[in-house]
Design a protein around this ligand. Structure first.
Ligand SMILES: *Cc1c(COP(=O)(O)O)cnc(C)c1O
Length: 405
């Protein structure tokens, strides 16, 4: 999964070009920067690589989501439908613009169940935000249809699925807007960074201003810029963008390695009848950052995860053990509405509602799911060894359960 695994001379060279000019900011200083515009160059590379009209870099993936929501006029009182399985950033962004996160069940795609989305629509619903978790995608045709029917915005949180596609289009470029994160553990890293992608010029112009104090970037210099609306500072620095430029050039290589390692591991697990795999709306578009698979019951899964941990194999279970980040079950701060500053009344009411909501359908999926992160550094021998240990762990647990039954 992470681009930091193949980090080296290319990144150093890009960063050094910025250090030599001494201009670390993405705007202004036109003479002193000697033609070096890393953030602009990376934005162009993103539009070309992923096939969208516009790209606005931000300081993080969370900032990208926040920016996209502001640009799409999502704010106080608006409901945003999002999945129970994601990274905390998704609801942080919703709350930070004053909007209301409405959590709905995931299915075996590990992202939004379209029927659950439709059932959650109210007159206050403004946006549906699928999160393409663990490298693969939501059922975008079904979600697009729902959004069209109910006049809703489709915002893709594609932070974890850089390089994935759906029916030939890059994830993150299919909705009204989409975001990537370039944090340290993502497929491409800038150390910290993110991007909003869109095909709408007006949405892009809003993102451009919002991330830089509302500047319209049309003055002869920064001081002469107008401020047509309020903004914040979600800018990326030239140093971060420089790292991203080196990384995006390696994306085809990252994806090829991920796909090959994923296929090798999958071919080993496939031989175990008790194992089933995540359902993927367009299998050819899986970016293969993770191999996500299921065991028949919660108990078996729990025992296999424990056995794999004992063997030193990363198990990636989001339901129990030490993961407090990705699944609603352990988002106590969200469910209890614990914030440093006041949430608005509609948000408080909504969070109280989440406390008593039943997510049995999500639990039934997530408690049986193991997501194995695919490393770029594995050798074929290491994958064979890992796969054999995983199979042995599953077989040991199944035998024990058969004895007890
Ligand atoms: C990483 C991530 C984000 C945001 O990431 P930052 O760490 O703020 O760059 C948002 N959503 C998902 C699903 C993520 O995995």
């Amino acid at each position: 999964m992470p681009g930091f695994e193949l980090f080296g001379e290319e990144e150093k060279k890009q960063v050094n070009e910025v250090l030599e000019t001494g201009i670390l900011m993405r705007y202004g200083f036109d003479g002193a920067r000697k033609g070096i515009w890393k953030a602009k160059e990376l934005e162009t590379a993103i539009t070309q690589t992923f096939g969208c009209k516009y790209a606005q870099l931000t300081s993080s993936g969370t900032a990208a989501l926040t920016t996209a929501m502001a640009a799409l006029s999502i704010g106080v009182g608006d409901e945003v439908i999002m999945p129970t399985f994601t990274f905390v950033a998704s609801f942080e962004a919703v709350l930070s613009v004053g909007a209301i996160p409405v959590l709905v069940d995931v299915d075996e795609t590990l992202t939004l169940n379209p029927a659950a989305v439709e059932a959650a629509i109210t007159p206050a619903t403004k946006c549906v935000m699928p999160v393409h978790m663990c490298g693969s995608m939501a059922d975008l045709d079904a979600l697009k249809e729902i959004c069209k029917k109910h006049h809703l915005i489709l915002l893709e949180d594609a932070c974890q699925s850089i390089g994935g596609t759906y029916k030939g289009k890059a994830l993150g470029t299919i909705g009204d807007a989409g975001t990537f994160s370039f944090d340290f553990v993502k497929t491409i890293t800038c150390a910290e960074g993110g991007v909003v992608m869109t095909n709408s010029e007006s949405t892009y112009e809003k993102c451009d201003g919002y991330t830089d104090h509302g500047h319209d970037h049309k003055g002869v210099d920064r001081g002469a810029d107008e401020h047509p609306f309020l903004g914040y500072n979600f800018r990326i620095s030239e140093l971060h963008a420089a790292v991203g430029l080196a990384q995006i050039k390696k994306l085809p290589q990252f994806l090829a390695i991920q796909r090959s390692n994923h296929a090798q591991l999958k071919s080993i697990l496939e031989k175990v009848p008790a194992v089933s795999f995540r359902s993927i709306p367009d299998p050819s578009g899986d970016s293969c950052t993770f191999l996500s698979w299921f065991l028949p019951t919660e108990n078996i899964t729990r025992a296999v995860v424990a056995e794999m941990k004992a063997q030193g194999i990363l198990a990636g279970n989001f339901y129990w053990f030490d993961n407090n980040w990705h699944y609603i079950r352990k988002w106590y701060h969200l469910k209890n509405g614990v914030a440093l500053n006041a949430l608005n009344t509609a948000q408080q009411v909504a969070l109280q509602k989440i406390q008593s909501q039943n997510f049995a359908a999500s639990d039934a999926v997530m408690s049986r799911c193991i997501s194995t992160s695919i490393s770029l550094l594995w050798t074929p021998e290491q994958i064979a060894e890992k796969g054999a240990k995983m199979v042995a762990a599953i077989e040991k647990v199944l035998q024990q359960q058969a004895v007890h039954a």
